[in-house]
Design a protein around this ligand. Sequence first.
Ligand code: WT7
Length: 629
Amino acid sequence: MQIKSFEEYKNTYEHSVREPEQFWAGIAENFTWKKKWDKVLEWNFKTPEIKWFLNAKFNITENCIDRHLPAKANDVAFYFEENEDGKPNKAITFQNLHDEVCKLANVLKNFGVNKGDRVCIYLPMVPEAVYSLLACARIGAVHSVVFGGFSAQALQDRINDSSCKVVLTSDGAFRGSKKIPMKATVDEALSACPTIKKVLVLKHTLEKVNMVAVRDHDWETETVTQPPVCEATSMDSEDPLFILYTSGSTGKPKGVVHTCGGYMVFTCYSFLNVFQYQPGQVYWCTADVGWVTGHSYITYGPLLAGATSVLFEGVPNYPDSGRFWKIVDKLKVNVFYTAPTAIRALEAAGLDFVKPYDLSSLKVLGSVGEPINEEAWQWYHKNIGKEKCPIVDTWWQTETGGILISPLANITSTKPGYATLPLPGIQPILVDDKGKEITGNGVEGNLCIKFPWPSIIRTTYGDHERCRQTYFTTYPGLYFTGDGCKRDEDGYYRITGRVDDVINVSGHRIGTAEVESAINECTAVVESAVVGYPHDIKGQGIYAFCIVPKTTKTHEEIRQEILNSVNKIIGPIAKPDKIQIVSGLPKTRSGKIMRRILRKVAEGEIHNLGDISTLLDPLVVEEIVKGKI
Ligand code: WT7
């Protein structure tokens, strides 16, 4: 499955476009199927309806685990590195993984979880999080992981949207020197989640938690008594594997649905090719399992490839900003995959945190989640990769399931800030705002994909029309990514960022509409508009313009109210970095907020606001400019 040279990449790419079905069937041959497909692909981007490997039967966990046994029984699947530095290493072998996944799968079965039922996972970055995803997949349950940084309200919305039956959680999580309650948040969320029948609670921080009789069960007590075997449920290729909620430009987060077959084939293929992972290497992706990167490139992709990975519970700057490099040195990490925001934060901390460690094991570096600025790229290249490791700048999305545009390590020559070239099977196209294709090189436009790939989104849970509207109607016949993109003279792609009302804060997608609606819950605020602005560490920060009528409250009190409201409704990740109180917002005569102007103000481009003559009240702009924070 691994491409070995640029020449081979070009030939493979050409083949994958000319004969996509034959190409993907060839890749799919590398997996274990109980029954092979009758047909490789059926698709229609209008409705949309996309099916890969039709009528094939298999179970993804047999491919992640059982297939590697007994040969790899004693090989390490995960090294677990705890939040607290200096703890003895915990190594989880493929046999251990098998046993733990089976035990947990048996617990789920005893809880009454059947094939197709949804299970919510709300856990810190502990091995049990990975076991949980796989235990669901083992019995055909659909996992819906909710990132631990989301609030009770956000958790409740997600549980109810997909009517989950069970929650897998822990007492709490460690975050640097702090302990964060998780079970208490779950309890709050479950005050209005009628479909939840059982909660399994892991003892982790050892904080005292409230256990509700009949509903709540102790993880250890339930799992120890289970046999370490559990037959893998036979799944159809197009049975759902998981739901993962993500934010868009409008409305509530939507549950992106991925199915079993195509997702398996694509995550493994992309993992092996992008990182050029070699047997015996140690791979480390620093993402959280709460995001798609944690699904595709901590859990499924690496395990399908039989890789040895690092699982890290902590944060980059605890106990100090050398933690990543200390772990690289200690575990002799060969492939390291992180986000630009972490790189920028560690760059800011200074080289004294890098110098003490031997980073010579590193062979490949990766970046994901947001555009990487040239300075951060160079710092990463020079100080971490010592100018000998290629950086794979991997572009993809929750909806794409896996990496679509990226260099293949040591095969594609890299260029700072460029995701470079599409993987085999991926057909990008740039279009102008009218949907007309922009051909040739040295151009810029809206990034779309014109042909399906195996791990493309199938639907948005419970609302297929929303999936169609969001991704398949802007440019009919194409999948629209929401990203702007350049194609340079060499045909290399450079993602320039979102062209819709989505902000990318530290690699996390936040919909402006969602933040606005949380802010508007404050009684003091009558209306708000949220935009992104360049932030040195986070990539983008959140800037909120809020209309507050005359009040006796101080600005600081109002600010606190706004922050509390966002924290409560979404979670700390969506808290605005800047809040400006205004008496009005720039609106067109038809009442539409002109975000373009607010974006310019937030970016500090106050002398170049463009045409404001169509505004209802141009004076309001003057006031906003004066009050800029
Ligand atoms: C959005 C998707 C992909 C997993 C993590 C985020 C931005 C992602 C890159 C990159 C420039 C990137 C895009 C995309 N993005 N990777 N290498 N260069 N931008 O997944 O939350 O679904 O966000 O992240 O804007 O649309 P996500």
